[in-house]
Write a protein that binds this ligand. Structure first.
Ligand SMILES: Cc1cc2nc3c(=O)[nH]c(=O)nc-3n(C[C@H](O)[C@H](O)[C@H](O)COP(=O)(O)OP(=O)(O)OC[C@H]3O[C@@H](n4cnc5c(N)ncnc54)[C@H](O)[C@@H]3O)c2cc1C
Length: 433
């Protein structure tokens, strides 16, 4: 049986399909900007990056305001796969030839700190975000097994990471409840969570720390004035600030030509089943993702649903989200033939040419951060903290990202979509053989 078409839009035009996460939270109402304000720091974008920056800045005593175009988390932060990960989006064997071992190790340690900081934040603030431990990365072709072995070896020895182990085929089959994969890596040092709960929890801690938070307030223009301050206008108000953080990720258009040139939106889609009776599927409760270039990522929710993400899109057309996801679920779990989805939704993953974050700052006090390339649950949160650190005088750590030398997409904003679609189609084709 095919899933019911799940194409309805939610209340926000940037957020196609109602997410399962929406049904697990109660949203407090934050006002829209309807006044004129002066603050030390203005943050545009209310996802992990923006809200985390606001929280850490407010704690230093700075006056800070966040303007979010729709509702907090309507971008990628409240609608993603919830997998926390380890290290960077690129593995050591991909990063080291680019930036050398020392820089790769420094970025790995930074990511470990990001993870620890996230766990500590959740615990200290007693946030109920459905946090569960464990993540499995699995090979969908035997040719990738040697990469997993090498990754475990590198992490365990040269990166001194004690939580990774190689899984053979039998362990993989037992752990996932399917024989579709050939082996992989078990990571007990990370896990997964409900991202919308984390967004809303971060917003509430930021507000309690003194940050001014505004929803439904898209910034339409941003100007630099002669007196060194920037003015951001919304339909019904304006904010003036000496420092501006553009945390708009894949959703910002025309506010930062640099961000537009270096970060590209790619649609990714997730479906949620009814709670399953089948205890053989992911019996250990880990999250999982596979070795496809167009990655499939899945895990069980706290109430036993399979949350399954996959299909990507390089145009704005979403089509019947559910139909594609069901097909992919059944490919991985043939025993779920006939499964119906209760929710199906999508969002924009912000990718860069090198699949590493893009950070840029201008002399006049505007910083743009984005492009976590599907690896932002811990890193975007931490980047917000590093931005706050930078305004307080420590520039070194955010600079690790700034120095990554990410090239712009070829073809400009008009042609990069079609060009990337061609490249991705080739990789998706290669995934099958
Ligand atoms: C389907 C999907 C699955 C994913 N799965 C994972 C995963 O499992 N693990 C992982 O680590 N990462 C994952 N990611 C990536 C992760 O969600 C992002 O890296 C992260 O959320 C980025 O956070 P952010 O705050 O930088 O951007 P966003 O959360 O995208 O926030 C940007 C915000 O800026 C706002 N905005 C834009 N323009 C304006 C304007 N002019 N005025 C005001 N506001 C504006 C937008 O409305 C939006 O809310 C996934 C992403 C998607 C879409």
């Amino acid at each position: 049986m095919d899933a019911t078409p799940l194409t309805a839009t939610s209340t926000s035009p940037i957020a196609p399909g109602r997410s399962y996460y929406e049904d697990t939270v109660e949203r407090p109402a934050y006002p829209a900007l309807g006044e004129s304000l002066d603050v030390d720091v203005l943050i545009v974008g209310g996802g992990f990056t923006g809200l985390s920056a606001a929280l850490h800045l407010a704690r230093t005593g700075a006056s800070v305001a966040v303007l979010e175009a729709y509702r907090f988390g309507d971008g990628a932060s409240g609608r993603n796969g919830g997998q926390i990960g380890t290290g960077q989006r690129l593995w050591p064997d991909e990063l080291e030839p680019e930036i050398g071992f020392d820089n790769s190790l420094a970025l790995f340690k930074l990511a470990e700190e990001a993870k620890a900081s996230l766990f500590e934040f959740i615990e200290t603030n007693r946030l109920d975000v459905d946090l569960r431990r464990g993540q499995l990365a699995v090979a969908h072709k035997t040719r990738y097994l040697k990469d997993f072995e090498a990754q475990v070896e590198a992490l365990t020895t040269r990166y001194a990471y004690p939580h990774a182990s190689f899984m053979d085929r039998a362990e993989t089959e037992r752990s996932l409840g399917t024989s579709r994969f050939f082996g992989g890596m078990r990571d007990t040092g990370t896990g997964h969570l409900n991202p919308l709960k984390l967004v809303l929890g971060t917003a509430s801690v930021a507000a309690a720390s003194g940050a001014r938070l505004f929803e439904m307030s898209p910034v339409t223009t941003l100007h630099h004035r002669g007196d060194g301050r920037h003015v951001a206008r919304t339909e019904r108000g304006e904010i003036r600030a000496a420092n501006v953080l553009l945390a708009t990720n894949a959703y910002g258009h025309d506010l930062s030509p640099a961000l537009d040139a270096h970060v590209m939106p790619v649609g990714s889609f997730i479906g949620a089943t009814e709670p399953l009776d089948d205890d053989t599927i992911l019996p250990g409760g880990e999250a999982c993702h596979d070795s496809r270039f167009v990655v499939r990522y899945f895990r069980k929710s706290r109430d036993g649903r399979l949350l399954f993400g996959g299909r990507e899109a390089y145009t704005s057309a979403t089509g019947d989200i559910g139909k594609h996801i069901v097909k992919q679920i059944v490919e991985v779990y043939p025993q779920l033939k006939g499964v119906a989805l209760t929710h199906a939704w999508g969002g924009h993953v912000a990718i860069t040419m090198k699949r590493m974050p893009f950070v840029t700052s201008s002399e006049d006090g505007v910083t743009a951060i984005g492009g976590f390339s599907g690896h932002g649950v811990m890193l975007a949160n931490f980047a917000g903290r590093l931005y706050a650190e930078r305004l307080c005088g420590n520039r070194d750590r955010l600079k690790l990202f700034e120095d990554l030398d990410i090239p712009p997409f070829p073809g400009g904003t008009r042609l990069r979509g079609p060009l990337t679609m061609l490249a991705m189609t080739w990789f998706a084709f290669r995934d099958r053989f």
